[in-house]
Design a protein around this ligand. Sequence first.
Ligand code: CTP
Ligand SMILES: C[C@](O)(CO)[C@H](O)COP(=O)(O)O
Length: 237
Amino acid sequence: MNCTAPRYFALIPAAGVGARMVADGPKQYMSLGGKPMLRHALDAFLASEKISHVFVAVSAGDRQIDAVAPSHGVTVLRCGGATRMESIRNALVVMASAVLDTDWVLVHDAARPGLDRMLIEKLIAEVGVHPVGGLLALPVVDTVKRAGADSAVFAVATTISRDALWLAQTPQMFRYRLLRDALDAATTAVDSGAITDDASAVEAFGHAPMLVEGHPRNLKVTLPRDIRIAEMYLAAP
Ligand SMILES: Nc1ccn([C@@H]2O[C@H](COP(=O)(O)OP(=O)(O)OP(=O)(O)O)[C@@H](O)[C@H]2O)c(=O)n1
Ligand SMILES: C[C@](O)(CO)[C@H](O)COP(=O)(O)O
């Protein structure tokens, strides 16, 4: 029986190129709220005493991380892959020497700079007693439309009930072994392209992660229009 108190590790995938941002370089290094975007998530995890250590996965050729990552509490893994899932899976392989199967891993997008200690500790408090794990998410409050197949003119094909619909955020928190096994299985699955977050890999593996209400400030900075919104949240106390 394992009597070791569970530990909580952060894993930040930061090996993307930010194509949709249409910027000069990877968006995770764009200045936002007075510091590089990635640094906001790093600082949020470092501000929580619950987090044992932070791992950040970057591309092998990354030349900017050394000026952004703090010298203590963070380990840089130059293991980024072709997809978000591959970057995370590669990082989990390297983390095996430092993390127990029963330790929790909180996977958080570098592109979500609005994360704060309160949201981290809310997720840990609510999911830490859950047998599977879970994620921050926001209940859908708008009416949801599905467009027709014609991508030239977006026209409504149908309206989808928003009841019980949530928009996934991160962190997504699972025990190391479950997350590693679920991602291994997803990688070889026929429809691995449908796996766009860690929770969907765990769902495909046969489990039902818990949904914990997050916050709009924890938006993913994906398109140029997201920058101003993110800055407004970061400027607010
Ligand atoms: N091969 C990849 C792709 C994405 N990510 C990370 O996954 C997070 C969420 O992905 P996304 O917002 O899509 O970032 P990008 O892939 O960089 O953006 P785009 O799809 O517009 O290129 C980001 O922190 C990104 O750095 C990663 O680590 N490795
Ligand atoms: C993981 C995620 O942020 C949950 O909403 C989202 O799936 C990432 O998508 P992306 O296309 O890799 O940004």
